[in-house]
Design a binder for this molecule. Structure first.
Ligand SMILES: Nc1nc2c(ncn2[C@@H]2O[C@H](COP(=O)(O)OP(=O)(O)OP(=O)(O)O)[C@@H](O)[C@H]2O)c(=O)[nH]1
Length: 423
């Protein structure tokens, strides 16, 4: 991503040189491009992305917001927070011998990331097969990787016409923006297809529902020097305007939108799909949390402590049982839950009931379940779970997608059903 931003003129020469020198000083020169996005000291020292880095870039016909997500399994919750704001995925796979294989084996991150983005509503994916310089620009290796990935993409729910592949060597900038670089001579011997930017430029623009009620799930909260708070997130539905009063849910607070920023520029309004930073007044930042949702005071998002959901069970070894404890991920929020009731198993294709009240759910099952928030134990005292802002999928797709994890592994994904209840 760092090299691509540079090729597109989004990183200036001075910053590039500074990153090159500073990364060399701590013996991490191979990560100097990544420093364009990995800004924290810990990310730079460890050479990995930990949090979402937001950048923008322009191709001839598209304005793209890039949410650079961590690839390491320890930071999957941050990856989920980023992926839940995404319309399209750019999957970068390492073509080096052994590296592609370890990402693609059972439990590997290539598999998990593809399943997660698809479950969160992403339908288009560009696969960049990277580091071809490390495999002697081998066409056979490139094609073998594409051949392995294609059936998995289909299995994960991606349609072949919305999936594309491109060979690259990102460090040298080969096949990112043009065909003319010297280092790309070996690739040009067998490849004359589109560059990465050509493919990004052809992504279908998403359809935005600006007539839907405003919902802004918050992915970050900052305290400002001046009064009030700043929050960032992506609008999933509706329009927000400067001066508007918004409700913060869960909670009883309201806030006034003092200003709106998109890509560091102030605007007077923003519509569904935009990533915004809102400066809010009339509110104490302690009353806003990551995962809170902003909505109009006249059209509140419902809060639920229990709801039905339709889920697909991933490739798990230990079945899901009624009453089992797990973690629910919804936008940037994760909460402890139980699968309080296993209602039914049904056929994904036809929707026909296969089994009512099953005892367990095993890999590949499509099921309807009742999910209930667990009460938390804080210093030995049980705290009753507050409802979370979740909407039936049939009403707002972006507000109705959930992921379920257990022991650091994503075990199911799904959509919330029409029955929401609150204690
Ligand atoms: N030889 C070679 N090395 C590359 C290429 N692209 C990236 N690398 C190296 O691969 C390593 C990882 O690069 P990153 O950009 O940090 O990879 P990432 O996928 O963003 O990793 P996370 O931050 O953990 O998500 C760095 O040492 C890069 O220099 C390439 O085309 N060729």
């Amino acid at each position: 991503m760092g090299r691509l931003l540079y090729e597109l003129g989004r990183v200036d020469e001075k910053t590039r040189k500074a990153n090159e020198r500073a990364s060399e000083r701590i013996g991490k020169s191979s990560f100097s491009w990544a420093w364009g996005l990995d800004g924290t000291l810990e990310e730079r020292e460890r050479g990995i992305t930990m949090d979402i880095a937001l950048q923008t870039l322009e191709t001839p016909h598209r304005q793209i917001t890039v949410l650079d997500a961590p690839g390491h399994r320890d930071f999957i919750p941050n990856m989920i927070s980023g992926a839940s704001q995404a319309d399209c995925a750019l999957l970068v796979v390492d073509s080096t011998t052994g590296e592609f294989e370890s990402g693609f084996q059972r439990g590997g991150q290539t598999r998990e990331h593809l399943l997660l983005v698809r479950s969160l509503g992403v339908t288009q994916v560009v696969v960049a097969v990277n580091k071809l310089d490390q495999v002697e620009w081998s066409r056979d290796r490139y094609e073998a990787i594409c051949t392995e990935l294609r059936p998995f993409l289909v299995q994960s729910g991606f349609v072949p016409s919305k999936t594309s592949f491109v060979p690259v060597a990102a460090m040298q900038g080969v096949n990112l923006t043009n065909h003319s670089e010297q280092a790309g001579a070996f690739l040009r011997e067998w490849y004359s297809g589109p560059t990465l930017v050509d493919l990004l430029d052809k992504l279908d623009p998403p359809i935005r529902d600006i007539s839907a009620p405003l919902r802004i799930p918050i992915s970050n909260v900052f305290k400002r020097q001046s009064s009030g708070a700043a929050v960032s997130g992506r609008l999933c539905g509706g329009v927000v305007q400067v001066g508007e009063t918004l409700r913060v849910l869960p909670g009883d607070e309201t806030a006034i939108v003092k200003s709106i920023e998109i890509n560091e520029a102030f605007v007077s309004w923003a519509a569904s799909g935009s990533n915004v930073t809102l400066n809010l007044t009339n509110i104490d930042p302690v009353n806003i949390g990551i995962g809170s949702v902003l909505c109009p005071i006249t059209d509140l998002v419902p809060l639920a402590t229990s709801f039905t959901a339709r889920i697909i069970v991933f490739d798990i070894q230990i079945p899901i049982t009624a009453g089992a404890s797990m973690e629910l991920f919804h936008h940037s929020r994760d909460v402890p839950v139980t699968t309080a009731k296993l209602i039914s198993i049904f056929d994904r294709g036809t929707g026909k009931l296969i089994k009512a009240s099953p005892r367990v759910l095993t890999k590949g099952a499509s099921a309807e379940v009742q999910i209930t928030l667990r009460n938390l134990q804080v210093s030995g005292v049980s705290q009753v779970a507050r409802g979370i802002p979740v909407e039936p999928f049939s009403i707002n797709k972006d507000m109705g997608r959930i992921l379920i994890r257990r022991g650091g592994e994503t075990i199911a994904a799904g959509t919330s059903g029409p029955r929401l209840t609150r204690r």
